[in-house]
Design a protein around this ligand. Structure first.
Ligand SMILES: Cc1cc2nc3c(=O)[nH]c(=O)nc-3n(C[C@H](O)[C@H](O)[C@H](O)COP(=O)(O)OP(=O)(O)OC[C@H]3O[C@@H](n4cnc5c(N)ncnc54)[C@H](O)[C@@H]3O)c2cc1C
Length: 320
């Protein structure tokens, strides 16, 4: 294996087939502030374009393990092998990666923090920031072990392209998968929700009971902004939209740069899943709706009046 400088930071590549998910680039940018990023590609072989993309965001090496890593114990073992010299591991905080991170910590004795919004090295230790308890507390955590594992939330770091980045070396890492207690017999992705995955989307437009079940404007606005469609639990319970769109304590936690809540009252269970978003915009008929307490911009009015106006204005400004 070709060597890299000290302070290797192993970044697990999050991808859909050969398409690298944008939170991977954010994780690489964060890794670059902690040490020397190496990208870890588990399963299959990256295309030359994918390797170049990883280099563009700071990876000096792409380490490849061709193993079926859909079982977290195998993923953790593969990540441990690929990052055998790493002082820090960075993964995107998805459900499966959080399990991989904790199993990796068991294997390596590392300290682990998931759902981080940032990380830095302070006095030789990795320190992370997070929001916890339904985003009601900001917390700073220090990892006391020599090796740190950081699960980082999407949209919390601005990905930065490195000018004239060199093409990273691709290194095949030998790996023998551990014998597992379970065997994956069959797996296929649930039909993807429309557009960008909710947890990764830089913009989320959510509709609640106030939509009355009509999501046409919510979808149109989300599409216009390049975002994903979210929903409150009441809306998904009504069967107006599928459960994979649910934002909140029971649903997906999102931290987009922009979160639009239309016809959502802002119950604590909903807020817990979106309160850490960058900018929050609410549209609600009720001026006393709790959602306005955490909103940066609030519009009192019907979403059926406000959203068409906003859509028309944005199209006008864009000249489309
Ligand atoms: C254990 C537990 C877990 C939960 N987990 C979640 C979760 O993960 N996610 C979640 O969302 N909820 C969750 N809930 C449910 C949560 O408590 C609320 O009941 C739910 O979020 C309310 O959804 P809503 O805001 O769409 O509906 P409502 O509270 O009924 O609010 C509808 C809002 O729409 C406004 N409105 C009506 N018409 C219009 C219009 N034309 N234009 C603009 N505004 C309009 C109203 O003024 C009102 O504020 C959970 C509850 C429990 C008990």
């Amino acid at each position: 294996m070709s060597s890299v400088d000290a302070n290797t930071v192993a970044v697990l590549v999050e991808r859909h087939g050969d398409h690298i998910a944008s939170p991977t680039f954010e994780a690489l940018t964060l890794a670059d502030t902690l040490g020397t990023p190496v990208a870890v590609w588990l399963g299959g072989t990256p295309s030359p374009e994918a390797v170049q993309q990883l280099g563009d965001y700071g990876a000096v090496q792409v380490r490849v393990i061709d193993a079926d890593v859909r079982i977290p114990s195998v993923g953790a073992a593969a990540l441990a092998a690929a990052g055998h010299d790493a002082e820090v591991f960075v993964v995107v905080s998805t459900f499966v990666n959080k399990e991989i991170a904790t199993r990796l910590a068991m294997l390596t004795g590392a300290g682990v923090v998931v759902d981080a919004a940032g990380a830095e090295v302070v006095d030789g230790h990795v320190e992370t920031t997070q929001t916890v308890f339904a985003a009601t507390w900001n917390v700073r955590t220090r990892v006391n072990r020599d090796v740190a594992i950081v699960g980082v939330r999407p949209n919390t770091t601005q990905a930065v392209v490195i000018e004239d980045a060199a093409l990273p070396a691709v290194v095949e890492v030998p790996f023998e998968a551990p014998v597992t207690r379970e065997t994956l017999v069959h797996a296929e992705p649930v039909k993807a929700s429309d557009g960008v995955p909710l947890a990764e989307a830089p913009v989320v437009v959510s509709g609640g009971r106030g939509t009355g079940g009509d999501y046409a404007l919510i979808r149109e606005f989300a599409e216009l902004l390049g975002g994903a469609v979210g929903a409150s639990r009441d809306a998904t319970d009504e069967g107006w939209i599928s459960h994979e769109h649910m934002v909140g304590q029971t649903g997906t936690t999102v931290t987009p740069a922009l979160y639009v809540a239309a016809g959502i009252s802002g119950a604590v269970h909903h807020r817990g899943g979106m309160q850490a978003s960058g900018t929050i915009v609410a549209v609600n008929l009720d001026p006393d709706a709790p959602i306005f307490e955490i909103s940066d911009f609030g519009v009192v009015g019907s979403l059926f009046d406000v959203l068409p106006d906003a859509i028309a204005r944005i199209r006008q400004v864009r000249g489309a």
